[in-house]
Design a protein around this ligand. Structure first.
Ligand code: FES
Length: 104
């Protein structure tokens, strides 16, 4: 499936990722180094924070309590916020558009 990534500078790029990976892995594997993902996907660092296009909100997996708590530590949190390591990339998310959140 296709993923559209908008960087902090507002640059937009389309990449392809494998279904079954996390959105964080797809972003990182595509060479975006501004998504730090320091903890490697363990839901403990919040440096994989993204904003998801509202059009896809209904297709996303529900947020765990841990993810919700961790997002609270970010000053850039809004209703479109997710931790990208907690969102599995699937065919249903083809064309998903995300923006990398500001660094805290
Ligand atoms: Fe650390 Fe997602 S990579 S919380």
């Amino acid at each position: 499936p296709k993923l559209i990534v908008v960087t902090r500078e507002g640059e937009e790029r389309e990449v392809m990722g494998d279904a079954g990976l996390s959105v964080m892995e797809v972003i990182r594997d595509s060479g975006f180094d501004e998504l730090l993902a320091i903890c490697g996907g363990c839901c403990s660092c919040a440096t994989c924070h993204i904003h998801v296009d509202p059009e896809f909100a209904a297709k996303l997996p529900p947020m765990s309590e841990d993810e919700n708590d961790l997002l609270d530590s970010s000053s850039d949190r809004d209703e479109r916020s997710r931790l990208s390591c907690q969102v599995q990339f699937t065919n249903a998310l083809d064309g998903l558009r995300i923006t990398i959140a500001a660094e805290d």
